[in-house]
Design a protein around this ligand. Structure first.
Ligand SMILES: [Zn+2]
Length: 325
């Protein structure tokens, strides 16, 4: 799962906060017990110093490790017996004197070996959803996608098919899911449905980037002309590496050789890496063909599942309905 550098760094910061909070809890709890029973603190300190004691004892026994170990072992045994007696007498639960790591799997580091731990993954998932919610209007739901606005007959039937396909797609999304192209006039619900997919897929733990075509091109432009610093790099990298990229409103940007090459790079790189892309556009297939390089057009219509949106401008119909007495 390729989360962007900024999502990972926010998630790590939260894990570090949690780790510090857990450590502070441990400190408070243990300090309260030691205050009640100061001898316990002395014993624990002595037990912790065992290694140092072994070394010192070895040294003073003239290098006789065996004797030194035996002495320390006896001392420790006595200390442990006293400790367990003190715990019992003061009704202290031994586990309350142990430090509780924020995550038992990784100890709060966020990684088990090379692999990202489940705890950090969950925080990434939450940060990803938060980032998306900031970009989306926040109201789009599949339930809120009302088919009544579409003319009865073929348009409504087709749109029901599109809606169901989108629900299924979002629900069953896995890495390597197919790419889709939403085409049709303004106000037919392309943005609404792609926003619903974005939210659901992000909630299921995948990295999702949702942006307008205009924003995508201007980010690549900033990276090219503003120098490839870390921030520009990571902004463009996320378009290439996220599990699902949704490009809204393709075709409104000014077309140049640069935008053609960026679009080709994005589509092609993601295709090779088997990352899913959803593109929505108001342009018809013929307009797309006239506008973009043949390599782009052939990828869009050769590898993307194309969904045609039908009907009249829903936003216009909604406003009209809202204005009626
Ligand atoms: Zn963990």
């Amino acid at each position: 799962m390729a989360y962007s550098a900024s999502v990972i760094s926010r998630a790590k910061a939260r894990l570090e906060q949690d780790r510090q909070a857990a450590a502070a809890d441990d400190d408070r709890r243990i300090a309260a017990i030691y205050e009640k029973c100061p001898r316990l603190e002395e014993i624990d300190r002595a037990l912790r110093a065992t290694m140092a004691k072994v070394m010192t004892a070895t040294f003073s026994a003239g290098g006789d490790t065996q004797t030194a170990l035996e002495t320390v072992r006896k001392e420790n045994l006595a200390l442990q017996q006293e400790r367990s007696w003190l715990l019992q007498a003061n009704e202290i639960d031994e586990s309350d004197l142990e430090r509780q790591p924020v995550c038992p799997l990784c100890g709060g580091t966020g990684y088990v070996g090379e692999r990202m731990c489940e705890c950090l993954r969950e925080l990434c998932r939450q940060e990803q959803t938060k980032e998306l919610s900031g970009l989306l209007a926040g109201r789009e739901t599949f339930d809120g996608f009302c088919l009544d606005y579409y003319p009865e007959g073929k348009p409504r039937q087709e749109m029901e098919r599109v809606k169901n396909a989108c629900i299924e797609y979002a629900k069953t999304f896995t890495a390597g899911a197919p790419s889709m192209l939403f085409t049709g006039g303004t106000g037919l619900g392309k943005t609404h449905l792609s926003a619903c997919i974005a939210r659901q897929v992000a909630e299921n733990g995948y990295s999702v980037v949702y942006d307008t075509a205009g924003q995508l091109f201007s980010d690549f432009e900033a990276a090219k002309f503003g120098g490839y610093d870390d921030e520009n790099q990571s902004r463009t990298k996320r378009y290439l590496e996220c599990d699902l990229l949704i490009i809204d409103d393709l075709g409104t940007e000014m077309i140049t050789q640069f935008t053609q090459s960026v679009l080709y790079q994005v589509i092609n790189t993601r295709m090779i890496a088997q990352h899913a892309t959803i593109i929505s556009t108001n342009l018809t297939p013929n307009e797309l063909k006239d506008r973009y390089l043949p390599q782009i057009f052939s990828r869009l219509f050769g590898t993307f599942k194309v969904w045609q949106f039908y009907g009249e401008d829903i936003r216009f119909l909604r406003r009209k309905k809202g204005a009626m007495p």
